[in-house]
Each structure stands twice: as C-alpha cells, then as structure tokens.
Design a protein. Sequence first.
Length: 476
Amino acid sequence: MVAEIAVLPQNAQQLAGLQQRFQAQRLAFRANPMPTAEQRIAWLDALRGRLRQEQEALIQSISQDFGNRSADETLLAEMLPTLQAIRYARRHLRGWMKPSRRRVGLPFMPASARVVYQPLGVVGIIVPWNYPLFLAIAPLVGALAAGNRVMLKLSESTPLTSQRLRDLLASIFPEDLVSVVLGEVEVGMAFARLPFDHLLFTGATSIGRQVMQAAAQNLTPVTLELGGKSPAIVSAEVPLAHAAERIAFGKCLNAGQTCVAPDYVLVPRQRLEGFVDAYRHAVQRFYPRIDGNPDYTSIINERQLRRLDAHLEDARSKGAMIIPLAADGQDRRMPPSVLLNVNDSMSVMQDEIFGPLLPVVPYDQLDDALAYVAERPRPLALYYFGYDRREQRHVLQHSHSGGVCLNDTLLHVAQEDMPFGGIGASGMGHYHGHEGFLTFSKAKGVFAKQRFNAARLIYPPYGKAVQKLIYRLFVR
C-alpha cells in the first residue's frame, strides 16, 4: 500500500484535540476496565446491524471515492468478510474470555495457575484507502471483542467513505468508546505518536517504519500489516487454465490494489507462452471490456495512476515486453497488462506494484523459484499452484511468508479461524479471529496460593535437609 507521512502538524490546536480524545477514552477505560461479555456482544450486534442498514450507502461512497469500484467487489471483499468477522467473534467471545487453567509444577504445590485475558486499554488503528471498510472494521471488531476503547484514523484518500464511516460509528458508539479521526497525512503521524496501549497500522513498508519509530517514543506495541511483493509460483504440472484463472482473479480484484495481490508470477520456462495465453483468456473472460465496465475498478486517484504509468515506462525503457490485455479505459480504469523480460533494475520488480500489472518470470527448477523468492524480502502472501502434495510440502518448508494459499489467491485473508499477519518486511503481529482477540488483550498470568504455604521450606537460612532433598529431586 502506498502512502506518505509528513512531519508533525504545526497546528497545536489540532494536536490538542487528538490528545483530548485519547484522554477521554483513557478515563472511560479506567471507569470500566473489564467490560462484560454482554456489553461486548451488544457492541458487536449494534455494529453489525448498522453496517447492514448502511450497506448500499457504503457501496456508493466507496465507488465514488475510487471513480468506479465494482459493487460486487465491495460486497465480496469488504462487506462479506466484515460481517463474517463480527459473526465469528460474537459466537466465540465467551470462550475466548474464559481464564485458561495452567499446570503448576510439583515443587510449587499446592497452588493454582491461570491466564486471565484483560483488555489493554486504548487501541489505535490506522486504516489505508484500498479497502476502507474491511480494514477499518475487522481490527475494530478484534479490539472491541477484547474490551478496549478504540481510535481510528481513516484515510484522506477516501473522503466520502471516511465521513460515512465516521457518522455510522458515531451513531452507535460514544466517542469515549470509538472515536474516528479524519485529516491529511500529517494528522496520521500525530495520531501514531499518541501513547496508545496498542497500535495497528496497515500500509506500505516504508510508512510502517515511520509509524514504528513514532510508536517507539511511547514504547507502544505495534501490529504492522505491510504487504510487499507476494509471488505466485506455477508448477510444471498444474493445468495452466486453473492457475491462470485464479491468479487473474487475485490480480484484477480491485484493479490489483490489494496488499496480498499476486505481485509477480514465477512460471516454468517451457510453459511461459502457454501461461500468458491462459492468463489473457481468463482476464478477457472476466472483463470483455474495460472502458465503462462496472465490474472493473478504477485506480484510486491520479497520483497512483501516474505511479503505475511510471512503472510501465521504466520497464519499457529497460527492455521489458509489455502486453496490454485490453484498451485503456476512462475514469482511471487501467487495463491489466503482462510484463515479460523483466529484471531487478526495473522499479516494477523493486516496489510493490499495487495495480493490474503482472510481471512473469521464468524458472527452470522449482528450487530455483524458491531461491528467487528467498533472496528477496519476505512477502505477506505466497501462492503455489500445483496438485502434487509432496511438492506442496516442499514449498511450505522452503519458503517464508505471512500466509500461503495453495491453488488459490487472496481467500486465506477471509478465514477468521486463521491468523493474518506479515513477516519481516511484510509486517509483524497477527489479527483476525482469536488471534485478534489475543493481540488486543493482555494475557496475564495469575499464580495463586491460599493459607498453606509449602514454599516456607525453601526460605532462608539455607542448608536445611529438606532443601538438599529438593535440589536432589528437581535440580541435579
């Protein structure tokens, strides 16, 4: 995801407003530091109800912000997983909240041990523009399920959606429970400097570094969901039509403006031409035309369109073969394209693409493809296409990524019973489902004794016979 963050705002009044909201939430948390399951479920039910009521208005706002966003893509990639996240958290919340019994070692008996899951306090969430609904509400669900107060900084690149979400959330929650912050990129940096009890950021790796530096001033723990160059590897035996269709769906959804979109494809050298033909066929079947097609999403703004055009021009000037799969469309509808003969000197092979451009890189042996991936920063997602289970295991054992799809793309993100998060340059920490609850909770160990205290046997003075027996049994 691409964004820019500037220095702290000079407007002291604006900064003071952020601090006042934060302090109001902190005071409210102190007044109710352990919301009941019934309170949390009521929050989730109210959120689900309002999202369903405002569904059509949200779809329209997102489409207006993009210039055109497919209504079906908003339903499938934002509304569906958002409602699923709420439903899943509501169903499992009471079980998540129960203290977890733990074993006490024999030398420390009689005693009991348990882990209590306690809300952290005030959580900050910085939301990107590419999925402005799902990437705001999904972490909000985890934070509320864990019993926290939440402040959200919504993207300035989707102003209509951000305003509608602010109004929607304000109609459900008091500001000392959920507070929405709007503003330009400098407000985001001021937001990141607040002394949150946890901060979640979704965006570009370069901006993630700045957010982490800002949070470090307060020793605020962070979850970073960053993205990067997620590879797809096509095996030597998988039917090319199967692989190309699923890669085309993952690459063209939201016009490639997805942090887990396939960024480039590694294809056996002898299958390169066949894959390009299969990919072209799949894309043109999905989108018989680009211009005026309501199913095809626009690039978010002119700045992002210029960035993608610059990638194409740089690649062309350095010898890449560019194969457009459709004619240019109006309203920033950029046609899907395949890029061949790419190399590491090209910006399209250095930066996360975040658009409908697909470099295709040939390889000779599967281990060559895995080595190619391993030599680069660890990606948020890896996609392998091949039905041989031995090769699947080989890929899983010899690659590192935030998550993996075997014979599919993107859909692992929507599985609430799995953690979602990056590794290395693609991020740190996890959320979704139970992992989201744990991320926004303090797992507090509680060791308890009652009247009888066997530990008196090890108190000074040392050298007693019983102490020597304990050492003989448990230490030496």
